[in-house]
Design a protein. Structure first.
Length: 148
């Protein structure tokens, strides 16, 4: 089972988001008997909150699951920067989008995450931007979406 997260880079003013996200992750974790992989984008406040909630989940349960950082860039300089941030992840996955122009790499990475996912947990408050485009893409692919 692969579960991906999509959301806006800013989450200011939503004081109950962490509890909603934690509850959604916990419910998914408890309802799934098969191995789980969580895919995180690693950019912005929502991604950091997802990482935090997943680390907290590890403290509660002995059952293991994997957390992967999905990187839109494969260059050495970017990977060196990620190594410090990746300490809480079980690995970094690069989706093989090297022919994509850099300015579209995050959008292509997001599409790859959706295509690879069984379930998408989404924090969408705006009808524009990359998170919204990714949400619409997930809906067009008929993915199970949990809206926070």
């Amino acid at each position: 089972m692969v579960i991906s997260f999509i959301g806006h880079s800013d989450i200011y003013g939503d004081f109950e988001l962490e509890s909603r996200l934690s509850r959604a992750i916990n419910d998914l974790f408890l309802s799934c008997a098969e191995p789980i992989e969580f895919y995180c984008g690693g950019y912005g406040a929502f991604d950091r909150l997802c990482e935090h909630c997943l680390i907290e989940l590890r403290k509660k349960y002995a059952r293991q699951y994997k957390i992967y950082l999905i990187s839109p860039y494969a260059d050495i300089a970017h990977c060196k920067n990620l190594s410090a941030e990746a300490k809480n992840f079980d690995g970094i996955i690069y989706p093989g989008i090297e022919k994509t122009p850099l300015k579209y790499a995050i959008l292509q990475r997001n599409k790859w995450m959706i295509d690879s996912s069984d379930i998408v947990v989404a924090y969408i408050k705006k009808t524009w931007g990359g998170a919204y485009k990714t949400y619409k893409y997930a809906a067009s692919k008929h993915k199970k979406i949990i809206l926070l």
